[in-house]
Write a protein that binds this ligand. Structure first.
Ligand code: C2R
Length: 190
């Protein structure tokens, strides 16, 4: 009995692993260092919630330039549609990737020093011709949502989930306003 349960469990795990290997990533999350992971986890969580196949890698234009080139030049042929690139400090990574691919690159400035302003300016101030769609400092959730919006242009099921997601946001505000109605002050008029 125990043996059968063990075999079933192992088969299940192997199946999940094989399925994950067979799935081709549509979004690639690249970060300059695993020290950025705490922030980038929100992007991964959102893509996972939307059931969008994605991959995650740490690559650095400064520390592993050859690997960055290999990644950027091959990403499209591997089926990747959008690249989310996060980096802090002298954040050259998103721009360098953007220079070597025609895929859209979404940049996430990470607050690793100077409150993230150094990374924000490095990512957003790209020279004409090489755009990086830059989100706010540490705004990895928005980066993932932007990627989902791009995929929704051609995928009705993703679009439906996105509509549901936005409806939920609206409902949260409606609920918040109902709660604010209950906050009483002698001079509060609503
Ligand atoms: P460590 O914590 O590894 O020292 O990295 C990373 O994104 C991270 O925020 C510190 C910070 O350096 C950033 N980094 C870049 C690049 N490579 C790493 N900005 C790059 O190539 O642009």
């Amino acid at each position: 009995m125990l043996k059968r349960m063990f075999i079933r469990r192992v088969t299940y795990i192997l199946n999940v692993k094989n399925k994950n290997k067979r799935m081709k990533p549509k979004v690639s999350i690249i970060m300059g260092s695993t020290s950025d992971l705490a922030i980038m986890k929100k992007a991964a969580d959102l893509l996972n919630d939307f059931q969008i196949p994605f991959e995650m890698q740490a690559l650095s234009a400064h520390r592993t330039p050859k690997e960055v080139e290999q990644f950027a030049t091959l990403a499209e042929s591997r089926g990747v549609k959008i690249i989310i690139a996060a980096a802090g400090m002298a954040a050259h990574l998103p721009g360098v990737i953007a220079s070597m691919t025609t895929l859209p690159v979404i940049g996430v400035p990470i607050d690793a020093s100077l409150n993230g302003l150094d990374a924000l300016l490095a990512i957003v101030q790209m020279p004409p011709g090489i755009p990086v769609a830059t989100v706010g400092i540490n705004a990895s959730l928005n980066a993932a949502l932007l990627a989902v919006e791009m995929l929704a242009l051609e995928d009705q099921s993703v679009k439906q989930k996105l509509t549901q997601y936005k409806d939920n946001l609206k409902n949260k505000i409606i609920q918040a306003n109902n709660e604010l109605q209950e906050v009483k002050y002698p001079f509060k008029t609503n």
